[in-house]
Design a protein around this ligand. Structure first.
Ligand code: ADP
Ligand code: MG
Length: 326
């Protein structure tokens, strides 16, 4: 009856939206005591939207406000150049900036900005050479091209970009208010800030409560700022001390390994390319079915509908199935 019970267990999982790679996975699922949750796209919608665009050189720093056409025109170049480069990236931040750039519209005279030499730096930002299309006079190609970078201020500094104090202040204010803020730079200096928000999925708070009821300890792990991480954690009931922010993609696996070294059996739930190594390192990797193929391939279990509550279902199912067997 043992193999039958396991097959019934995995079959029941499929009904619950939990795709289990193989029957042996149920055993590691049962033993898990710690769950590391990626923030963006796992706990949150992963659909950011731009809530503020700020351009350097203005005398006052904008308060976080809802995006509206009038406000966006205050910093047209910041949004236009950022959107041109981000249109080549798949990151949730990039999608939001591209969409905001599109709705802000192109000036009548301009044709779409051309981007070459695009590079995505995981956990840092993006860069590209943006070619300004309209220049009545025959300026040289080089003069007409700007190296535009969009990303975390610390990463911009690593790239040799100057980040003026007023830009740092704008970023800090947005982060303290719980937004994700990226700086936009060209000609060697940061010149603007774009703030974004990404609300928690409606099911995430319930999912965290269910995981806690099962005796598991959920952590929130993210490459994002402390401010944005705390806002997301509080929205779903994860205590501040279990928030691990500003973790580079390569270090997410290290965090999982540290928890394992402390004697925990660790599940990791993620959706992104930046989660793949951590998913593979964890005793149990769970990928959002709505996430990237890379994350799904690195995982033992796929949560088909991208609903975090299915992680709790998987744990309950493994306990029930293996209890039947014993
Ligand atoms: P998460 O762990 O929340 O999925 P990432 O590791 O992908 O976050 O990114 C961490 C940080 O790196 C972001 O909060 C942002 O500051 C910066 N970043 C990454 N990709 C981009 C991008 N395409 N554009 C701008 N900034 C980016
Ligand atoms: Mg993610």
């Amino acid at each position: 009856a043992t193999p039958t019970a396991i097959l019934v267990g995995t079959g029941r999982g499929a009904q619950l939206g939990v795709l289990i790679r193989g029957p042996e996975i149920l055993e590691s699922t049962r033993r898990v005591d710690t769950v590391v949750l990626d923030k963006t796209g796992t706990v949150t919608e992963g659909r950011m939207r731009v809530v503020d665009v700020w351009g350097a050189g203005r005398s006052t720093v904008a308060e976080p406000v809802e995006a509206d056409a009038n406000h966006l025109t205050d910093a047209p170049d910041v949004l236009r150049y950022a959107a041109a480069v981000e249109s080549l990236s798949e990151h949730p931040i990039a999608r939001a900036i591209t969409a905001a750039g599109r709705s802000a519209g192109e000036p009548e005279t301009g044709t779409p900005l051309e981007v070459t030499g695009f590079i995505a730096h995981a956990g840092g930002g993006v860069e590209g050479l943006v070619r300004r299309a309209h220049s009545g006079l025959a300026l040289g190609g080089a003069l007409n091209t700007r190296r535009v970078l969009v990303g975390r201020p610390a990463w911009l500094v690593e790239q040799g970009v100057t980040v003026p104090e007023e830009v740092r202040t704008a970023v800090r204010q947005q982060e303290e208010a719980g937004a994700t803020a990226v700086a936009v730079a060209w000609n060697g200096a940061a010149r603007g800030v774009i703030a974004l928000r990404d609300p928690a999925k409606p099911t995430s708070a319930r999912a965290v409560a269910e995981l806690q009821e099962l005796g598991l300890r959920p952590y929130l792990l993210t490459g994002d700022s402390e401010g944005a991480a705390l806002v997301a954690a509080r929205a779903v009931g994860i205590p501040d001390e279990d928030v691990i922010a500003r973790v580079l993609p390569a270090d997410k696996a290290t965090v999982v390994a540290q928890l394992q070294a402390e004697g925990h059996t660790v599940a990791m739930v993620g959706d992104g390319v930046n989660d793949a190594a951590a998913l593979a390192t964890a005793d149990l990797g769970l990928a959002m079915g709505t996430g990237t193929d890379v994350a799904i391939e690195a995982s033992d279990i796929t949560l088909v509908r991208g609903d975090l509550r299915a992680a709790a279902s998987a744990v309950r199912l493994s306990r029930k199935t293996l209890r039947v067997i014993k």
